[in-house]
Design a protein around this ligand. Sequence first.
Ligand SMILES: Cc1cc2nc3c(=O)[nH]c(=O)nc-3n(C[C@H](O)[C@H](O)[C@H](O)COP(=O)(O)OP(=O)(O)OC[C@H]3O[C@@H](n4cnc5c(N)ncnc54)[C@H](O)[C@@H]3O)c2cc1C
Length: 379
Amino acid sequence: MQPTVFERSGSVLKDRGAGLGIPTAVAVALRDQGFIDDGFPHVSIRALTHSSVSGKDAHYGGMAGSVPTFLEAIRWGHLFDHLRSLVPDDDYKTGRAVADAQNEGDEVKVTLDDGSVEYYDIAVFADGYHSLGRSIVCPTHQPRYQGYFIWRGTLPEQELGDSSLFDETLQRVGFPGGHFFAYLLPNESGSTTVGDRDLNWGVFLPLTADELADHLLDREGIQHELSLPPGRMRVEIEKKLKQKVKPLLPGYYADIVARSRNTFGQGIVATIPDVYRRGRICLAGDAGSLVPPFTTSGVFKGMKNGVELITALASERDIDSALGAWEEEQQKAGEGLKHLSDVMTDKLIASVPDFSTLSEADLIEWWSAIQLTLEETMG
Ligand SMILES: Cc1cc2nc3c(=O)[nH]c(=O)nc-3n(C[C@H](O)[C@H](O)[C@H](O)COP(=O)(O)OP(=O)(O)OC[C@H]3O[C@@H](n4cnc5c(N)ncnc54)[C@H](O)[C@@H]3O)c2cc1C
């Protein structure tokens, strides 16, 4: 196989500060497949602690307790740099946007935005949530806004003072209609030494479509479609969000949010296509099934789509039967992700309990449906 990658962006793709949580099993699979090595910067998370604002402890909130987990916190930029280093420069074309793709006989005709045309045996669209590929392969399934926004920020660990609350722990605070989470990440240069790391936090908040549009109008009056990068949010919106979350969070977490600068955010969209290919044009990553970020499934999905495509092409005699077998697997995986998303959306957005009223046994019971579905979906 001789792949060519077309990347629309002409500049070096960079981390925007936020982290990713990936199941430890996915990190191990990435390493076993040779995508990352043992030295890849990560901070392990072994407990998910759940609390809610409570009169009893205004500073830390009322806590139900913790559930065990196996997650690794990584930075998007480190993963991108590792994966990018595996693609020879000659095969990676930056500043080249794909404008169209059509099946023609046994080939795919790919038209680039400068009007040039190239022919390939297969075209895989891994072009993100707003995918051109999805509109060609499965135009009936466009991403739909889910009615909530994730507001995100980071704070250097040094500014936290005592960071022991986050030792191998993701802190989650529930409130009606959403939740807050925070965990430690390697810093930009990859250090995981205590004191060097960054705290990565996010708050899922309900917003109407009109409110979302207002939140995505940036400091320079530019309207963004779905996400706002760090440093672009209007000062009055950031102030409004800080006021909005203050009564929802125990003082300790509200203070972390209040002290964070250059916060950013994204409206949450989702869709599950019913087909993942048309002829020899395929969908992978967010261009295929798209589910909310709290499922921690984005890296898993991209790896699964890609590795299974290579395996199918290597094991079937002809390309079309390989793609047929691959698509069946992706449809099953998409159904699994949809189920995971439904279970987690119910528990973490639609009907979040007051964790301060739950015992640790209640919490374990509440979490068990999520745990079971995570294991069924991602192993
Ligand atoms: C707030 C948030 C938090 C998340 N947290 C997690 C997490 O904790 N764990 C996890 O596993 N996942 C997480 N995810 C999901 C994860 O980030 C995505 O699943 C993943 O980035 C999708 O990768 P992708 O390569 O499919 O698409 P993208 O990362 O969107 O990349 C698409 C690429 O295609 C390029 N492109 C687009 N159109 C064209 C074109 N026409 N021609 C050429 N190039 C084009 C773009 O420039 C871009 O580089 C999160 C997502 C969000 C929004």
